[in-house]
Design a protein around this ligand. Structure first.
Ligand code: NAG
Ligand code: NAG
Ligand code: NAG
Ligand code: NAG
Length: 166
């Protein structure tokens, strides 16, 4: 009968466990670009409610279904959608609380999504939390760093750096 308390067995199980742990704790880094057109024909982002306070956007609610692309150029490869909502939630600055599903449609993450929540500041920069995911990203956690890399009077492009454990 095998003796499962033998040191070699313990060592084997322990080392397997450590390899598993370290594999699970190396976050995946994904970089992609969020393309938002917030004004004009075919806008992908719309203000759907406002308090109409003078000189204030506090309370504005925005809903969007923005393309995610591999690069910052408007014709670069479509890799998914960013579907969500943002609410202007600060009296003192133009920051907003955003809740977004990043839904991927290309490559090994096709059909998988990550759920993101957190504040985006007036400059469009953000350090937000991955609160979960679906498909390949079930049980995910992590964070996403965002900064604006191009903006015009009707559109913006933000770089997303996602660090995901799942
Ligand atoms: C809006 O979308 C339609 C249909 O895809 C397209 O024909 C039109 O050129 C678009 N307009 C702009 C300003 O992108
Ligand atoms: C709104 O801003 C304009 C221009 O800065 C200013 O003249 C006006 O007094 C402001 N109105 C209120 C209600 O603060
Ligand atoms: C992504 O998955 C969908 C649904 O399974 C499939 O129809 C589509 O062809 C896939 N796209 C790519 C680029 O693999
Ligand atoms: C910024 O975006 C506009 C609109 O898509 C585009 O015409 C312009 O070339 C972009 N600028 C840079 C530096 O990518």
């Amino acid at each position: 009968m095998a003796n499962f308390t033998r040191p070699s067995f313990l060592l084997f199980f322990l080392s397997t466990f450590i390899i598993q742990l370290s594999a699970n704790h190396a976050p995946i880094h994904l970089r992609f670009y969020f393309h938002e057109k917030y004004r004009g024909e075919n806008a992908t982002s719309n203000v759907v409610a406002t308090l109409n306070r003078p000189n204030s956007t506090f309370g504005n609610i925005v809903v969007f279904d923005n393309p995610l692309r591999a690069g910052p150029e408007s014709n670069s490869k479509l890799i998914g959608r960013a579907q969500g909502t943002a609410v202007r939630s600060s009296f003192s600055e133009e920051s907003a609380l955003a809740a977004i599903t990043l839904l991927f449609s290309e490559g090994e993450f096709n059909g998988s999504s990550i759920s993101l929540i957190g504040l985006v500041d007036g400059s469009g920069s953000a350090d937000r939390t991955v609160v979960g995911g679906s498909g390949r990203f079930r049980m995910a956690k992590g964070y996403v760093l965002t900064k604006i890399v191009n903006s015009t009077a009707v559109s913006l492009v933000a770089q997303y750096d996602a660090y995901i454990l799942s």
